[in-house]
Design a protein around this ligand. Structure first.
Ligand code: NBP
Length: 474
């Protein structure tokens, strides 16, 4: 029997499409699924696309792989992944590779990688973005794991990934959980991107009384410029859609409660642990949470708002475009800060410019904008914040008057824009020469003797607030 180059176990929508993508690129693909029906269906429907080696049992699947074995797991993240890893590890040998392409939490990936390393098996936690369409036609791929595993897997993963200007959207991200961490931050940024787009739509609709179809045209025009991206493109499509059953705009017949699978929440939880202010992502997660409380919203619906409405003319459209771009720069700056902090914390040595490169295609946040991020890190790999890059600094400088008018207008007419507002507050906080954190330090020293540092001398100090109020070195 001819042995397969690589295998995929877990053949729901993602695994099936990834297996087809591999087969279409000329790889012989071993395929397996817990319930054999999916495997048979795949081979029946798509045998013409390439070579599939079908196994109904996991032992047969492993036996059908060339050595060192390369097996990709595409099952529901969590307990299922652990179960499949345990079964595979029993059947594999030192030097073999288990790739987890599911949406695992990076801490789970670190745990699994360490456990399998003890057995000599390479565990490659791999972020895969682009949904089912990306899995089939070229996703953005973010593998972690050892350098040796990248040598064996990299050429295949680059082959099946999206390409932008001939450059594959797949790179070795770093050791152990680095790949899943970067995928998590990608998803967090995706939350933020969508929240800012939603705020733009909402504010323009409320302030100008524009129809969804008119706003679709606005987004279409924006997609010709610096905001060009997949999400802006599909926003126009969604806003243009008309519901067949009612003849109403599609957007008006959809329940306004946004769901979440958890990667945005994970991003914020990790950012809290790392001490990185990812306010754009956090506001996006909380805005979804607010939308998901219909009882509270119903109870609050009669609360008073401002009397103003319909302020602003067509110039608000350009202001909102500028605010969206500036807020987006802030959200990405924060996400990249989080990756830099994790890289330091976990010893990953992440190359931030490369992360921007592999997000340019195949994934949900793909955008022209990512080229600029890559250029910023090419020019200065140690950039302390993206906002310090001369190109982004200039862009935000151009946008800031519009940005302030947008936040002011939103506050005046009572339209919530937590993404725009928090991004502006972050920008203003970061650029301040003196922050009121000095007062917080004073208060902490007053009630808890937590000490403070002086601007003019080294060392920690405490003031005897309840006594003579004299300052002493701590
Ligand atoms: P699902 O997340 O819906 O998982 C279904 C697959 O998991 C089926 O193959 C199922 O086998 C298998 N499975 C389960 Br459930 N429990 C199992 C167990 N204990 N042992 C063995 N197999 C088990 O599939 P998906 O939407 O294709 O996603 C696959 C992975 O890719 C997930 O981790 C997901 O988070 C990730 N991901 C999804 C997307 C997306 O757009 N959908 C994008 C990026 C990443 P069965 O057929 O026998 O029930």
């Amino acid at each position: 029997m001819d042995l397969a180059d690589i295998g995929v176990t877990g053949l729901a929508v993602m695994g099936r499409n990834l297996a087809r993508n591999l087969a279409r690129h000329g790889y012989a693909v071993a395929v397996h699924n817990r319930s054999a029906g999916r495997t048979q269906q795949l081979v029946k429907e798509f045998a013409g696309e390439g070579t599939f080696v079908l196994s109904e049992e996991l032992a047969g699947f492993v036996a059908s792989l060339k050595r060192p074995r390369r097996a990709i797991i595409m099952v529901k993240a969590g307990a299922g992944t652990d179960a499949v890893i345990d079964q595979l590890a029993e059947l594999m040998e030192p030097g073999d590779m288990i790739v987890d392409g599911g949406n695992a939490h990076f801490a789970d990936t670190r745990r699994r990688e360490a456990a399998l390393r003890d057995k000599g098996i390479h565990f490659v936690g791999t972020g895969i973005s682009g949904g089912e369409e990306g899995a089939l036609n070229g996703p953005s791929i973010m593998p972690g794991g050892s350098k040796e595993s990248w040598e064996a897997l990299g050429p295949i993963l680059q082959d099946i990934s999206a390409k932008v200007d001939g450059v594959p959207c797949a790179v070795h991200v770093g050791p152990d959980g680095a790949g899943h961490f970067v995928k998590m931050v990608h998803n967090g940024i995706e939350y933020s991107d969508m929240q800012l787009i939603a705020e733009s739509y909402d504010l323009l609709r409320q302030a100008l009384g524009a129809t969804p179809a008119e706003l679709a045209q606005v987004f279409r025009e924006w997609n010709q410029g610096e905001l060009e991206s997949y999400l802006i493109e599909i926003t126009a499509e969604v806003l243009d859609q008309v519901d067949v059953a009612t003849g109403k705009p599609f957007i008006d017949i959809v329940v306004d409660q946004a769901e979440q699978k958890g990667t945005g929440r994970w991003t914020v939880q990790s950012a809290l642990d790392l001490g990185v202010p990812v306010t754009g992502i956090a506001e996006a997660v909380f805005a979804r949470a607010l939308s998901g409380h219909p009882e509270q919203r119903a109870a609050a619906a009669s609360l008073e708002g401002p009397k103003l409405s319909g302020v602003g003319g067509r110039e608000l459209i350009e202001d909102v475009r500028q605010a969206l771009y500036a807020s987006k720069i802030v959200a990405y700056a924060q996400g990249f800060d989080q990756m830099a902090a994790a890289s330091k914390e976990y010893g990953w040595d992440l190359e931030l410019g490369a992360m921007a490169t592999i997000w340019r295609g195949g994934c949900i946040i793909r955008a022209r904008f990512l080229d600029r991020i890559r250029s910023a890190y090419d020019a200065d790999p140690t950039l302390p914040t993206l906002l310090a890059d001369p190109t982004f600094a200039a862009a935000v400088n151009v946008a800031q008057e519009s940005w302030r008018r947008v936040v002011t207008t939103a506050v005046q007419i009572g339209v919530p824009t937590p993404g725009f507002s928090s991004a502006l507050a972050y920008y203003d906080g970061l650029r301040r020469e003196r922050l009121p954190a000095a007062l917080i330090q004073g208060l902490r020293d007053f009630f808890g003797a937590h000490t403070y540092h002086r601007v003019d001398r080294d060392g920690a100090y405490h003031t005897d607030w309840s006594g003579d109020r004299a300052e002493r070195p701590a």
